[in-house]
Design a protein around this ligand. Structure first.
Ligand code: NI
Ligand code: MN
Length: 228
């Protein structure tokens, strides 16, 4: 059956896992590349890597409309409860939990995390989703770090890595990251949304092909591919 992955641009994804719709970092309003509207998108679960506005995005209106639980670092779920979002599940870095759609592990990221009102957001994280026999690694916003080699030991099928630079890894460090993670396929995120993170994804894909063992998957926002 596999996992259907739709890139909504930036770090935002809609996953279809056995008919359950899982949103990741749903930044749509204010995102010039957004391939969906927060008032229409389906959601059974919402996952957040950290609290920055370009990841929290439209979480509150989507959770309010759909009643989808929000799975996020615990400081963020505590803050969301104060905003009126009651269906939440807090986790923290290193912790795994089996949700109805699959297992979710929060892993290290090197980045900051705060909520839009300045509230401390806990550790910024990456997320590994295990479902349908596949491991998907959403790196979130992160710098390169050598312990990505520990994520490799999980056996990653697809790694979603930032390439934009300025706030996160740029193309050079993302290639080093892929050599540590050794995924079967790599998907670039967090680029071209703002003028500070403009990158050439086609050139990145050529470098991935020439210097790593991963298949580079570069798609336009709104496109879907299947992991199976
Ligand atoms: Ni961030
Ligand atoms: Mn970001």
């Amino acid at each position: 059956m596999g996992i259907k992955v739709t890139w909504l641009s930036h770090s935002a994804f809609s996953l279809d896992i056995g008919g359950k719709k899982v949103l990741v970092d749903p930044f749509l309003t204010g995102n010039p590349l957004a391939a969906a509207n927060h008032g229409e998108i389906a959601a059974d679960y919402i996952l957040l890597t950290h609290g920055h506005g370009d990841h929290l995005g439209d979480t509150i209106p989507i959770a309010t409309r759909t009643n989808a639980p929000v799975i996020a670092p615990v400081e963020i779920t505590n803050w969301l409860k104060k905003q009126g979002v009651q269906r939440v599940h807090g986790q923290n870095s290193g912790g795994s939990f089996t949700h109805p759609f699959g297992r979710v592990k929060f892993v290290q990221a090197i980045h900051s995390s705060s909520l839009p009102d300045g509230t401390y957001g806990g550790l910024a994280c990456g997320i590994v989703i295990t479902a349908e026999g596949k491991n998907l690694y959403f790196a979130g916003d992160t710098a390169l770090f050598s312990d990505m080699r520990l994520i490799e030991e999980m056996g990653i099928d697809v790694a979603f890595v930032p390439i934009g630079g300025n706030y996160t890894m740029g193309p050079d460090d993302s290639l080093t990251a892929l050599k540590l993670i050794q995924p079967n396929a790599a998907f670039p995120i967090h680029y071209n949304t703002f003028d500070t993170i403009v990158q050439d994804a086609g050139e990145w894909a050529r470098r991935v092909t020439n210097t790593t063992t991963a298949l580079a998957i570069v798609l336009d926002p709104g496109s879907t591919f299947t992991v199976d």
